[in-house]
Write a protein that binds this ligand. Structure first.
Ligand code: PHE
Ligand code: ZN
Length: 852
């Protein structure tokens, strides 16, 4: 029922049919055991008055279900003829209201896909988004069917913790070996928000007092090894709750809010109602184990899952084509929350992430509209486009409507659609109701794929004292190359004079393909800063002189625009082949020189300004054969900058030894440059040896590896042995190895034979296969053998866990940029993977799009 695949294996958004029935209550009983768990389910289906009887509905199931029994109104049915290939059941209802009783079994230990009910280090847990519930029992597994759950969990006493959504209403002992707990969730919810956990867990707890004075009891559960690293997450949760009350007037609607950390998890975390499940990588944080970046990440993910309670759980998505509805709002809210401290720096990091990951995705074969019209696999749209581009679209509402208009629209959305399953069109409608001037073509942002390009040209007429700004927008479909409709694109800009004074600042929203802005009373050619605060997710094509960029670097007050000016200037000079190396160094150095003083005032921001553009960002402008030469040029420039500013780097390094995030950030930028100098090669070694925190250890290891320090390998091995017992740090060990620009096939062989090599745990698979796949320098240097290795590992992962495998495919999505001969080889590798025949639908969907 909705979305049966057509013959092309795709599902279509417009095939959506609203449910013809309701299921107000669901009674679930689990007799839990890692080998075989028994599930009993009982519910009444009520067919809508407008529907003729008899009426057939579909209960989704899967190959993971066995020993299935079905009763309709107390009468045993033979199910064998009712099940289809995939394990779905067609249920014919003869009366308006019928009682369905189902019994079935599942095997958590056999579930390596980690979707449905599975085992993670002795903990029985579940993950149901988007369609995992069908791996637990037969039920309409779609987000627009909302049901109230009452769940009984029965398990061994050696599994003392029994959790599900909502409130614990009863618990007790069955006999000397078994006990039980009953949970009731007062809020109707779709299947994907259902969760259970059973295991030997410990917890930490605290309280949050809501504005009306009522407390919410907060708990974080984890294994005894991990519970000591959860305090930061608990603090973050309280902060997030307070923030949502202050900013949006949204309070927690539950008296109990539980969070559980597990080692094996396909994604980062999951917003199940009142029972969030977390990948340990997104929740554990101590100074000794986690970098400052990891801490921020934990805070962001905790907030994200909590914010879903309103944007996702209370108001959910009608269908999975509208996945971005809940994810975009939630990422946006998370970004706003994270920006409360250091807004400028956070914005730069968010934009940098978007451009490093989402832009290439949106310009390659895996591009998709934020709200796609057809899909090969639902799991494959958990992408940076759905999340991060989606969040930029929400930000566009705010930029266009202003904070007040946006908040009004958002409040309207909450009020209008609470308790419902809706679409991005409904969000637009709510925004429009409160802001009638909102552009009619705004929803095109959801339906057109690709990154819009804005081309800017200027003309100055001294006699008229007039400045003209011509702005053209283009949006080509990345797959078909067709030109698409113009979008509303807000451009924040400012004019500066040559002395660095700001003459004006404004926002103008482009709506047409070509527009011209005319400015009067302009006495001299101004320096123009465009797309301040990254006011829209577009690329801007505006050839600006090096002198203009230098003025912006020095005088821009907008954080993003100042940083962007550095990025642009460095990029321009690095790509300028007519310059000698020393000239490049001198010119970049001259632009950076004024920033050293500034580093003492704003060390955190200066750390970003003094870091040259990310390799991956530079490489995105290049054909693959240009990657290694550019990498070499960039290194030489860094050596030059290290030498020229040696004293300054040293001074910064020594001055910022204190225990703060900003201090570590600037200190480690200094370390990065200094480590490029042979006579400073001991600096990273000493930092590694005396560091008391993972940020400094990680920076030291990265520096040692990237400069081929003779001690690098020995130190990295000592790191491994020191942290062998700490899963997340072993992951870090593998990603350091995998990201090493000097990676060789010998290293790859060593990794493959490593005792800790493991593809069953998604974090480990990502740390190994994912980090090597993202190593563009090694890929450019080694070529086909490395691609072949990655392809083979992805196929192995696919047999275990298809969702994780399909997400590792990204290195192959850059195929079209490879030199001719390599392109053919890599195509052949993809083709072979596809020919294996037994690969999953998720992986073949990705490969087919890449090979198209
Ligand atoms: N909905 C989760 C989030 O964004 C991600 C997720 C996807 C979790 C699929 C589990 C399964 O927070
Ligand atoms: Zn989310």
């Amino acid at each position: 029922m909705p979305f049966t695949p057509r013959s092309d294996q795709q599902i279509y958004r417009l095939d959506y049919l609203a449910p013809t029935f309701t299921i107000p209550h669901l009674e679930l009983h689990f007799s839990l055991d890692p080998e075989v768990s028994r599930v009993r389910s009982q519910f009444k289906v009520i067919v809508e008055e407008s529907i003729d009887l008899p009426h057939t509905i579909k209960l989704h199931g899967s190959k993971m279900l066995f020993d299935i029994q079905l009763k309709i109104d107390g009468k045993e049915e033979d199910i064998s003829s009712l099940l289809d290939e995939a394990g779905n059941l067609s249920l014919t209802l003869n009366t308006r209201e019928q009682l369905i009783e189902i019994k079935n079994s599942v095997s958590p230990v056999a579930n390596s896909a980690l979707s449905g009910l599975y085992l993670s280090r002795g903990i029985i847990c579940s993950d149901c988004e988007p369609q995992g519930f069908r791996n637990i029992t037969l039920f309409p597994d779609r987000p627009d069917v909302m049901t109230q759950y009452r769940v009984t969990l029965e398990a061994d006493q050696c599994c003392p913790t029994l959790l599900s959504n909502g409130n614990l209403v009863e618990e007790g002992i069955i006999d000397e070996s078994r006990h039980y707990a009953v949970w009731e969730d007062p809020y109707p919810k779709p299947t994907y928000l259902f969760a259970i956990v059973a295991g030997d867990l410990q917890y930490i707890e605290d309280q949050h007092i809501r504005p009306d004075g009522r407390p919410v009891q907060l708990r974080i559960y984890a294994s005894k090894e991990n519970i000591g690293a959860c305090d930061f997450a608990l603090e973050s949760l309280k902060k997030a709750m307070r923030w949502d009350e202050d900013r949006f007037g949204l309070a927690c609607d539950l008296d109990f809010y539980n969070v559980v950390a597990v080692d094996d998890f396909n994604s980062g975390a999951m917003e199940n109602k009142g029972l969030n499940l977390f990948n340990t990588s997104c929740i554990l944080a101590t100074k000794e184990q986690a970098t400052d970046r990891d801490f921020r990440f934990v805070e962001a993910v905790i907030a994200h899952e909590y914010f879903h309670n309103w944007t996702g759980n209370r108001i959910t998505c009608q269908d999975w084509f509208n996945l971005s509805l809940k994810e975009s709002l939630t990422v946006f809210r998370e970004q706003e929350f994270m920006s409360e401290v250091e807004p400028g720096i956070r914005r730069i990091e968010d934009v940098n992430f978007l451009r490093l990951h989402q832009f290439p995705e949106d310009q390659g074969p895996l591009a998709h509209a934020v709200r796609p019209d057809k899909l090969g696999s639902i799991e494959n749209i958990y992408t940076t486009t759905t999340y991060e581009k989606g969040a930029e679209i929400i930000r566009l509402y705010q930029t266009i409507l202003g904070r007040e208009g946006f908040d009004r629209g958002f409040a309207r959305y909450i009020k209008e659609f609470d308790g419902m399953a809706v679409t991005v069109d409904d969000l637009y409608a709510a925004m429009k109701m409160e802001n009638p001037r909102l552009f009619e073509n705004f929803p095109l942002w959801y339906s057109q794929r690709g990154t819009p390009k804005v081309q800017v040209a200027t003309e100055y007429y001294p006699d008229k004292r007039e400045m003209r700004l011509s702005l053209k927008q283009f949006l080509f479909d990345p797959v078909t190359n067709e030109l698409q409709e113009p979008l509303p694109i807000p451009i924040k800009y400012a004019f500066f004079n040559r002395q660095g004074e700001m003459l004006l600042e404004e926002t103008y929203t482009l709506t047409m393909a070509h527009q011209c802005l005319i400015f009067h009373n302009i006495d001299e050619v101004p320096v123009i800063s465009l797309l301040r605060d990254f006011s829209a997710p577009v690329t801007v094509d505006y050839p600006q002189s090096i002198d203009d960029l230098k003025i912006l670097i020095q005088y821009e007050s907008d954080y993003f625009a100042k940083w962007e000016a550095v990025q642009k200037l460095v990029e321009r000079l690095l790509f300028n082949h007519s310059l000698q190396r020393q000239e490049q160094i001198d010119m970049i150095g001259d632009a950076l020189a004024p920033l050293f003083q500034y580093a003492y005032q704003e060390p955190g921001f200066a750390a970003l300004l003094l870091t040259l553009p990310d390799n991956d960002h530079l490489f995105d402008h290049l054909e693959s054969e240009e990657i290694l030469p550019l990498y070499q040029i960039k290194r030489e420039v860094e050596v030059g900058l290290a030498r020229r500013f040696q004293e300054d780097w040293r001074a910064l390094y020594n001055r910022f030894q204190e225990d703060s995030i900003a201090a570590r950030a600037i200190k480690n930028v200094a370390l990065h440059y200094l480590s490029r100098l042979p006579h400073e090669s001991e600096l990273a070694v000493r930092q590694y040896e005396k560091a008391d925190n993972m940020t400094d250890i990680n920076a030291a290891l990265t520096a040692l590896l990237s400069n081929q320090n003779p001690k690098a390998k020995v130190i990295l091995e000592s790191f491994y042995h020191r942290y062998e017992g700490d899963t997340l740090l072993v992951d870090r060990y593998f990603s350091l190895l995998g990201r090493n620009p000097n990676l060789t096939m010998d290293d790859v062989a060593m990794i493959s034979n490593h005792p800790a090599f493991d593809l069953k745990n998604p974090n480990r698979a990502r740390a190994i296969v994912g980090s090597i796949g993202r190593n563009r320098i090694a890929l450019a240097r080694i070529g086909a053998p490395l691609y072949r290795w990655i392809g083979a590992e992805i196929v192995k992962v696919d047999k275990i866990n298809a969702v994780t495998a399909a997400r590792l495919i990204t290195p192959f999505a850059k195929l079209s940029r490879l030199p001719e001969s390599l392109k053919e080889e890599v195509r052949a590798i993809c083709q072979e993977m596809l020919n294996i025949g037994e690969i999953s639908h998720n992986l073949s969907d990705q490969l087919k799009r890449i090979l198209l």
